[in-house]
Ligand binder design. Structure first.
Ligand SMILES: Cc1ncc(COP(=O)(O)O)c(C=O)c1O
Length: 492
């Protein structure tokens, strides 16, 4: 990335005369050369990572095992996966500290959307590291924090009323800020409506709203949450779509009648992440959002996991729901997390603040991520992400045709809609009837065979992939699924 890309480029396209010494630093040919040299050095090693492989040597493996024991000691519990990265990779392939290489199909649960050791993002990170401070805050931030905000709000403004932003360093904190914005706007309303199986983060409040009992063991319950069913395609097909939606609307109205003017917001995860990559047709969401609008309840859209990955940059854009959204959260692949809100929801002074709003490197890389998402052929029904999703589905269906015994359509949680699902870069498949133990075992076996995945859903359980679609080559799906097949074969 060149100096011009770190600042607003001039309309003329000519490099501006440096106004500050910092501009002068970024315009320096020596800096450009140094960045280029480092990127080339990274690339020379990265290019040697070309396929899945085992540990570099038995000794390297032993050192790795010892190191993992030490890490488990430091953490107070064993690592979930025996994963410690070396710090180098190549696109979807990542090197571990023992020299082994795996396909990274989960990417830090959706963070590394442009894969590992991406040259362009390495250059952006190096430029970001030239900043005078490592971290930036609400009181004192540099231009790059506002540049990130500007890029995000311009993209959001294309199809929503979102106008302002507050930045933070985790998705959970972005959600905390969103909740405060909703509470303040609708004070003294203190109740929250959320969907079954939603996930919001791990703070005391978000653990209460998130619909997973295991995540709030031992926590006092201070937030009043009313849960709505998420769209169930099996029930909708059985009852008829219209009747099913009417039933859910009546469920919502009951809460509102039971607690009049006491709900501050309804949290919508338009594509549920942890909950199992579930989504719904537009009319399901509009029916519920219309009730919110008529009842003075904020529509809060949490796209921390889905942002960037569906068939539009924003899931609300893909579903044409932008006009409804009052408050919005983003994180993960943007590197910096953010709460966005409309002018009506702009909170009073003092509500949102914090020492850190982000780091200089995440601002530089996050801005570059937004630019790359915006300038690509990724989106639309025939865009690259939609095509990649079809290629993924084809692989699962071909595998199920070869091994039908691995893919029953019913399991411990009953019948489910399909063995493959999700949208765009949110990909899931459901082996072994969605049985929890077997799906967990499958995740571990896949790891051993060279593919890093995770699970999602609360029954049925699914194998979850959040691949680095920004750089992933469609032609590599058969290579990934060769490892998947070997892994699943080990489960039974
Ligand atoms: C939908 C959603 N909201 C919030 C969060 C919390 O984000 P973080 O883990 O960055 O705090 C997540 C994380 O997985 C998420 O998927």
């Amino acid at each position: 990335m060149n100096a011009a890309a770190t600042k607003h480029p001039p309309a003329s396209g000519h490099a501006p005369a440096p106004a500050t010494l910092a501009d002068d630093l970024h315009a320096s040919p020596l800096v450009a050369q140094a960045v280029d040299t480092i990127v080339k050095e990274v690339r020379a090693r990265s290019a040697r990572i070309t396929d899945v492989r085992g540990p570099a040597s038995p000794a390297a493996r032993q050192t790795y095992e010892d190191y993992m024991k030490r890490c488990a000691d430091l953490r107070g519990r064993a690592l979930l996966y025996p994963y410690i990265g070396s710090g180098l990779g190549h696109g979807a392939l990542v090197e571990l500290m023992d020299g082994s290489v795996k396909w990274d199909m989960i990417c830090g649960i959706g963070v590394h959307f442009f894969g590992h050791s991406d040259p362009d993002l390495t250059a952006a990170a190096l430029r970001g590291a030239l900043g005078d401070t490592v971290m930036q805050g609400n009181l004192q931030a540099n231009g790059d924090a506002y540049r990130f905000m500007d890029l995000l709000l311009k993209a959001a403004g294309r199809s929503s009323r979102l106008k302002h932003a507050y930045l933070s360093t985790s998705g959970c904190m972005a959600n905390e800020n969103a909740l405060k914005v909703c509470y303040q706007k609708h004070a003294p309303a203190s109740r929250v409506i959320a969907f079954k199986d939603c996930f919001m983060g791990r703070s005391v409040t978000m653990s209460q709203i998130g619909d997973a009992a295991a995540n709030r063991i031992g926590l006092p319950l201070s937030t009043q949450v009313d849960y709505m069913p998420f769209y169930d395609p099996v029930a909708a097909a059985r009852m008829g779509q219209g009747r099913y939606i009417d039933m859910c609307v009546s469920h919502l109205r009951q809460y509102i009648e039971r607690y009049p003017r006491q709900h501050a917001c309804f949290i919508f995860e338009l594509v549920q992440g942890e909950g199992g990559f579930n989504t719904a047709p537009r009319e399901y969401f509009t029916a519920l959002m219309d009730v919110c609008k008529a009842s003075g309840i904020a529509v809060w859209d949490d796209e921390i996991q889905s942002f960037g990955r569906t068939t539009s940059m924003f899931a609300y854009e893909a579903l044409d729901l932008g006009d409804y959204v009052d408050v919005f959260c983003v994180g993960k692949m943007t590197q910096v997390c953010a709460t966005l809100y409309t002018a009506e929801y702009n909170p009073g002074p003092g509500l949102l603040s914090g020492t850190f709003i982000g780091g200089s490197v995440p601002f530089a890389v996050g801005s570059r991520v937004l630019e790359r998402l915006g300038a690509s052929d990724f989106y639309g029904p025939e865009g690259r992400f939609a095509r990649q999703h079809r290629a993924f589905c084809d692989q699962v269906r071909a595998l199920a045709a070869r091994r039908p015994e691995w893919f029953p359509r019913t399991g411990p949680c009953g019948e489910f809609a399909d063995i493959v699902g999700g949208v765009g870069g949110m990909m899931r498949f459901t082996p072994f009837g969605g049985d929890k133990d077997k799906v967990m075992k499958a995740c571990k076996a896949l790891f051993d065979e060279g593919v890093i995945v995770f699970y999602c859903g609360h029954g049925p359980y699914h194998v979850r992939m959040l691949p680095p679609l920004g750089v992933f080559d469609e032609r590599d799906w058969p290579r990934v699924f060769a490892c998947v097949e070997r892994g699943l074969a080990k489960v039974l």
